[in-house]
Design a protein around this ligand. Structure first.
Ligand code: PMT
Length: 403
């Protein structure tokens, strides 16, 4: 079999649980994202999903048997382990977690894991009582201490019909952890850093059916929060209303208005080392909220009186202390000049400037073209890239500034 060296190899371990059915979605997303996905199933996993399913989704032969005659002679668990840039175990049973934590290697998956030198993401799925079991928790703690990254579990409906903490996280959320763990390889660690991030729009109510808002989807801020968490930071994300799910390994506080966002950020600011303001805060709100729908015919709508919202970033910057302050700016004209103004006026250490024009529509998009301003106004222009990649570039700069 010839190797495609342009595709990074990911080992995907699948162990025996009903969540194995959902892990097919992860295999498919990893494949579509350009990874060479090598699935290793435990014999129990094959009772829930067939090897053929994963083979069809990844285009690669699925390995289950340690002693199967290989196509070319090699010690397969060692050769796979050597090639892998990352491994993800999805779902991970209590049995797998116990074996990995205690150095037990008695099948193809555990022997391969034992031979790995790359990051491993673990997505547990089990009954809530099993997850809460002291032995399981001790094993989880041990694996975390060894550098394994956990993606979930989450609270939700379990296979046994009850609700509890033990459900496998959604494949998209696990994908984000895998992708950010992959992008974090070879980059500076943010272990010990407490990062506060704002994201999304704020929504300012006018009456029960109308509001003032903007087109921010939250994607930039959520990507930045996930990227920082994958690099070991303790992340708090204060988010305006978005359609996005809470990222894993991040503490999320949901708010609606600018005033609520200010309050939530003030609460988190005291204990943070750096604040990154990706939120598109509405500059104005209705002076008075009407608890009845304002009639179109009445003067109320035409003469809606607005008041200015607090400038959150400027307010927090005035209490900066030793913290690093990063702002964002989105402008349709004179982007750099206008961002430079905000950079010095708000006392920032860095500002990330999005141009909004025919070439770049950052609101709601998956990718973005930005310039980063630091120091005495040095401008670094970056090419178009995904918001995930951009997040790591921004974190690289933050890490340099904090050093
Ligand atoms: O959410 P996405 O769809 O992924 O889109 C991402 C984004 C385009 C929203 C994001 O990359 C971005 O540029 N956010 C800032 C948008 C903006 O227009 O900012 P501004 O120029 O209004 O404000 C500058 C800075 O001050 C920002 O960091 C903002 O968070 C902050 N600010 C602004 C007004 C206000 N009242 N309080 C603030 O804290």
């Amino acid at each position: 079999m010839t190797e495609d060296l342009s595709k990074p190899t990911i080992i995907m371990g699948v162990t025996g649980g009903i969540a194995a059915a959902k892990s097919t979605l992860l295999a498919s997303r990893l494949n579509k994202a350009g990874f060479d996905v090598r699935v290793i199933m435990t014999p129990n996993a094959t009772k829930f999903v067939s090897e053929l399913t994963f083979r069809s989704l990844t285009g690669n032969k699925v390995v289950t048997d340690m002693f199967e005659e290989p196509e070319e002679w090699d010690i397969r668990h060692v050769s796979l382990a050597k090639k892998a840039r990352l491994a993800v175990i999805c779902p991970a049973t209590a049995n797998f977690i116990g074996k990995a934590a205690n150095g037990i290697a008695d099948d193809m998956l555990t022997t391969t894991i034992m031979a790995l030198g790359c990051p491993v993401v673990v997505a547990p799925a089990m009954n809530d009582a099993m997850w809460a079991n002291d032995a399981v928790q001790a094993n989880v703690l041990k694996l975390k201490g060894l550098g394994y990254v956990f993606a979930g579990p989450v609270t939700g409906r379990l296979a046994c019909g009850t609700e509890g903490l033990g459900r496998m996280a959604e494949p998209d959320a696990i994908f984000d952890v895998v992708m950010h763990s992959y992008l974090a390889i070879g980059r500076s660690s943010l272990k010990g850093v407490k990062l506060l991030v704002s994201a999304g729009p704020t929504v300012e109510p006018i009456d029960p059916v109308r509001y003032i808002a903007n087109r921010s989807s939250g994607k930039m801020g959520y990507a930045l929060a996930s990227a920082a968490a994958a690099r070991g930071a303790e992340v708090t994300l204060v988010s305006g209303p978005t359609a996005l799910s809470d990222p894993l390994n991040v503490e999320v506080k949901r708010v609606d208005t600018a005033e609520q966002m200010l309050k939530a950020l003030e609460d988190g600011f005291e204990g943070c080392d750096a604040f990154v303001a990706t939120a598109a805060v509405a500059d104005y709100r209705a002076k008075e909220y009407s608890d009845r729908k304002i009639k179109k015919e009445k003067a109320g709508m035409k003469e809606l009186e607005l008041v200015e919202n607090p400038d959150i970033l400027a307010k927090l910057s005035s209490m900066k202390g030793g913290r690093l302050m990063v702002g964002f700016a989105a402008e349709t004209e004179d982007a750099i000049e206008s961002a430079l103004g905000k950079y010095s006026k708000k006392g920032l250490d860095m500002i990330v400037v999005n141009e909004v024009n025919e070439r770049n529509q950052p609101f709601g998009a998956e990718d973005n073209i930005v310039s980063i301003i630091t120091g005495k106004g040095e401008v670094e222009s970056l090419p178009r890239m995904s918001k995930s990649e951009l997040s790591h570039m921004i974190l690289d700069r933050i890490s340099e500034l904090m050093a």
